[in-house]
Design a binder for this molecule. Structure first.
Ligand code: HEM
Ligand SMILES: [Ca+2]
Ligand SMILES: [Ca+2]
Length: 327
């Protein structure tokens, strides 16, 4: 009697366990996945339309390639890749555009708006702003001789944005290596991904206010000639918005010069130089400085990983009609 009730108990527990396991399995395998063919039937010319818009913008201004890659990064790190960064202030929205790392710094919003307007003409209400950001980043890379990759699609747009989350989750240019590593780790990205992604500082510009601290620090971690050159257009007081290239050699092409600069202590931001200053990422920086091919292929993989951060899928969120406002 005792024996049989114990057997029953075991069986019922085993059944419960099996059901729980199956539900768990279902919930992980049924989590909607992004797919590179998402718009193949829904909007066959969507991707070409985006590419044309991005090519046009980059040919007008090379720096735009940098700005668009950064926009996707600043989107994905805050609430996931959901186009939250594009929303402007509204009664229930505190725009991420005004968060410290973005204000007066993030750019390219109008390029995304115009790509979206073109796509809306051919497939109204179909292609999300979050996907346009992801495709734009890839097309921007290609436009300046960077790597290409297959963009996964099917992200939907948020109905919320958060200035305070943006200030919490975006990295600062004064952060330590450990802190940068843990920030990226929190988003599912490894230290190697972080170094590869920072390689996008092979493009674009930074404002004096972002690198003043480093060039006047008189530390040993900066090339003396480099810091005196930078001081000419970045005084101790004033000139906050004066620009300098993040990669002093080839600011308009996607190559591995950024890493070569770090080996020579010519990283512009503190957060650049910490990647090569005796810590555990030194070997990755050296490797990328020797092998542009490894850098490019790691960069492509890391961008795909970054594009996978917490997307809204299925019926979550919405497809915005205009990227700067919720429907
Ligand atoms: C590792 C932590 C990072 C920090 C602390 C950081 C910080 C910065 C800062 C301070 C600027 C200059 C902003 C200004 O002065 O207006 C900048 C520019 C830029 N960042 Fe980063 N960044 C990081 C990682 C990344 C990643 C992961 C990407 C892309 C995947 C990226 C892409 C860019 C690009 C392309 C620019 C130039 C933008 C332009 O010229 O418009 N950064 N970053
Ligand atoms: Ca976001
Ligand atoms: Ca470069």
């Amino acid at each position: 009697m005792v024996k049989s009730s114990m057997r029953n108990c075991f069986i019922s527990h085993a059944t419960t366990a099996a059901v729980v396991l199956m539900l768990l399995l279902l919930s992980t395998t049924c989590k909607a996945q992004l797919s590179s063919t998402f718009y193949d039937q829904k909007c066959p010319n969507g991707l070409t339309t985006i590419r044309t818009a991005i090519r046009t913008a980059v040919s007008r201004e090379r720096r735009m390639a940098a700005s668009l890659i950064r926009l996707h990064f600043h989107d994905c790190f805050v609430q996931g890749c959901d186009a939250s960064i594009l929303l402007e202030d509204a009664p229930s929205i505190t725009s991420e555009r005004n968060a410290r790392p973005n204000k007066g710094s993030a750019r390219g919003y109008e390029v995304i708006d115009s790509a979206k307007a073109e796509v809306e003409k051919i497939c109204p209400g179909v292609v999300s702003c979050a996907d346009i950001l992801a495709v734009a980043a890839r097309d921007a890379s290609v436009a300046v001789s960077g790597p290409s990759w297959t963009v996964k699609l099917g992200r939907r747009d948020s109905t919320t944005a958060s200035l305070s989350l943006a200030e919490r989750d975006l990295p600062s240019f004064t952060e330590s290596l450990e802190s940068l590593i843990s920030r990226f780790d929190n988003k599912g990205l490894s230290a190697r991904d972080m170094v590869a992604l920072s390689g996008s500082h092979t493009l674009g510009q930074a404002q004096c206010s972002s690198f003043r601290g480093r060039i006047y620090n008189n530390g040993s971690d900066i090339d003396a000639g480099f810091s005196s050159t930078r001081k000419r257009r970045c005084p101790t007081v004033g000139g906050d918005g004066n620009l300098a290239p993040l990669d002093l050699v080839t600011p308009n092409s996607f190559d591995n010069n950024y890493f070569k600069n770090l080996l020579q202590k010519k990283g512009l931001l503190e957060s650049d130089q910490v990647l090569f200053s005796g810590g555990k990422t030194d070997s990755i920086v050296s490797e990328y400085s020797r092998s542009p091919a490894t850098f490019k292929s790691d960069f492509a993989s890391a961008m795909i990983k970054m594009g996978d951060i917490d997307p809204l899928t299925g019926s979550a969120g919405q497809i915005r009609r205009i990227c700067s406002a919720v429907n």
